[in-house]
Design a protein around this ligand. Structure first.
Ligand code: HSE
Length: 312
């Protein structure tokens, strides 16, 4: 065991981008920061208002994930001093739990003397989350396209096309991923399968080629968004009309309730901002809008007693 004190900074993310359900993630410059060191007694300090209500004992997700890393490395159950702060609103579809899982895995792996490779940590984080989309983006930055196999997560990381940014409208209510997955069918027909293969395929190719004009058509989805509309009032109108206000493509962010519109940073995006807020307000839902800039770096690790600023 190496020990020391480690700080990790993990970007938030959006998942799916419409038809890339459980497959596509994109990272943003909105960060969760975790510091961790071995201690005589476990303490968990949560800073800022975003983490209010999370447990501060060993039932905390960050502690549990870190303890799992130690256990899998064959090390004794650790006591840890953990500090955590986050700019990411919880349970809104911006990958807050994925960022916490990735941060905990990377920090604990560092403290344990790096027994696991990045690929192994990606598999662990995907298994913990149940899908590799948000965790992939948080780990590697940019746009990550991936699927889980039994013992590996094959993936491709794409750089974000130039000028592509996002407006995220965040409704003032929480929606758990569990609840948003319960409303989905367990079976789909051939028509939906072909629709999804076509749309996800063209979406990924358009992102790789930087062809932003295709996003509006390619981001249409039949797998999850139609079923989640009843959980997010206003989603239907925003998905249908946002492109009239300048959005390049619009999607429910992950399991929601945040809705994300991809934008060109050279355009005037005030009309789109107003349209999204007013559409939710018409359903009596207050919201805030974040202008999100892609993160191309992924998780950053700082060993606070040793070398600084290394990518994991
Ligand atoms: N792909 C996941 C979903 C992301 O849409 O349910 C949420 O964590």
């Amino acid at each position: 065991m190496i020990g020391g004190r480690v700080e990790v900074k993990v970007p938030a993310s959006t998942a799916n981008l419409g038809p890339g359900f459980d497959v596509i993630g994109m990272a943003f410059q909105l960060y969760t920061t975790i510091t961790m060191e071995l201690a005589d007694k476990t303490t968990i300090r949560l800073q800022g208002d975003k983490l209010e209500g999370l447990p501060t004992d060993k039932s905390n997700l960050v502690y549990k994930v870190a303890a799992m890393v130690f256990e899998r490395a064959g090390l004794p159950d650790p006591d840890l001093a953990i500090e955590m702060q986050s700019e990411v609103p919880l349970t809104r579809g911006l990958g807050s739990s994925a960022a916490a899982i990735v941060g905990a895995l990377i920090a604990a792996n560092e403290l344990a003397g790096s027994p696991f490779s990045r690929e192994e940590l990606y598999l662990m984080s995907s298994q913990l989350e149940g899908h590799p989309d948000n965790v992939g983006a948080s780990l590697f930055g940019g746009i990550v396209v991936a699927f889980i196999e039994e013992e590996q997560v094959p993936f491709v990381r794409l750089p974000v096309p130039k000028h592509l940014e996002a407006l995220a409208v965040i409704p003032n209510f929480m929606l758990s991923t569990e609840k948003a997955r319960e409303v989905l069918p367990s079976m789909y027909g051939r028509k939906d399968l072909i629709y999804t293969a076509g749309h996800a395929g063209v979406l990924i190719a358009a992102l790789a080629a930087g062809n932003l004009n295709l996003l509006q058509a390619a981001m249409q989805d039949v797998v999850h968004q139609p079923y989640r509309m009843k959980l997010v009032p206003g989603l239907e109108e925003i998905l249908r009309d946002a492109h009239h206000y300048g959005a390049l493509g619009t999607a429910l962010s992950g399991a929601g309730p945040t809705i994300i519109a991809l934008i060109d940073n050279r355009s005037d995006n005030d009309p789109l901002h107003k349209f999204m807020v007013q559409t939710l307000a018409a359903h009596q839902i207050d919201s805030t809008v974040l202008h999100l800039i892609p993160d191309e770096v992924g998780v950053i690790v700082n060993s606070l007693r040793g070398a600084t600023g290394q990518r994991s």
